[in-house]
Design a protein around this ligand. Structure first.
Ligand code: XBP
Ligand code: MG
Length: 257
């Protein structure tokens, strides 16, 4: 491992708590506007989240409920376009918040000269609005969206494209993800990976992660260590020192939670 030069963050579920009360609401409003009888409740959505990419998620769902096969692709595309417009409205109305500690970590990494990047499956149409609205004070050196790479996570394309835009090799960066699909993508790109689980991803298979915690932590609200293959000293908070230590740690065999 060379010196840590960058941290590449996933967006949905990692830097922002955007799925349960953001994307899910946008999907349901798009279904309702189209006169379709579908409502994704919170549990159903948690299962559907394993399908990365909103348009693919809609298409696979339509297929699963017996929708006319010849109409699925065009219907999914139209619904996803409207969902994306609704998501932009939800973002501008302040519906999406950063996860606790995310702003603190980004500021700390930035102040130490570590480049910040985003590698998301989400669509650029709302990603730019969200970053500007919710994390406007943060300077991201690269933002790679799902609609800019040939294949979405768990394919590593978004992370390898982030490294290309940063001009870095995998051993000069650390990835931060929330899900099994994102972890597979980051590890597929050869990145040391920290997973910060959320309510939807705590039961995912995260055995390939270097470290798994349940949040970034705050000085008076420590996060919990879930699994560790790095042997780093855990203080209850993800800070620049921890990310640096993680980047240098050898990978140990998986330790059961
Ligand atoms: C999570 C996703 C995205 C969002 C919905 O992305 O899989 O599909 O759920 O956004 P991330 P779109 O990699 O940031 O966790 O509808 O634009 O796909
Ligand atoms: Mg995610």
């Amino acid at each position: 491992m060379r010196d840590l030069e960058a941290v590449v963050f996933d967006l949905d579920g990692t830097l922002v708590d955007s799925e349960r009360h953001g994307h899910r609401v946008a999907f349901n409003l798009a279904f309702s506007e189209a006169g379709l009888p579908y409502v994704w409740d919170e549990d159903t959505y948690g299962e559907l989240l394993r399908i990365t990419g909103g348009q693919r998620r809609i298409a696979q769902f339509l297929g699963s409920v017996g929708f006319e096969p010849d109409d699925i692709d065009s219907t999914a595309a139209g619904l996803h376009r409207r969902k994306t417009e609704i998501m932009r409205d939800l973002v501008s109305s302040g519906r999406v918040e950063p996860r606790p500690g995310a702003r603190r970590l980004l500021a700390e990494l930035g102040s130490e000269g570590i480049a910040l990047a985003v590698a998301t499956t989400g669509s650029r149409a709302w990603v730019e609005d969200l970053l500007g609205q919710v994390l406007g004070e943060v300077e991201f050196a690269a933002v790679v969206c799902g609609d800019e790479v040939p294949t979405r996570k768990p394919d590593p394309a978004a992370f390898t494209e982030s490294l290309r835009r940063l001009g870095l090799q995998a051993d000069q960066a650390v990835a931060v993800e929330d899900s099994g699909e994102g972890l597979a993508a980051a590890r597929g790109a050869g990145l040391v990976t920290l997973v910060v689980v959320n309510g939807y991803t705590a039961d995912h298979d995260l055995g390939a992660a270097n470290l798994v915690v349940d949040g970034f932590g705050e000085p008076r609200a420590p996060a919990r260590l879930m699994a560790d293959r790095s042997g780093v000293r855990w203080s209850g908070m993800v800070d620049a020192a921890l990310v640096r230590a993680l980047s240098r740690a050898r990978l140990e065999p998986p330790v059961p939670r």
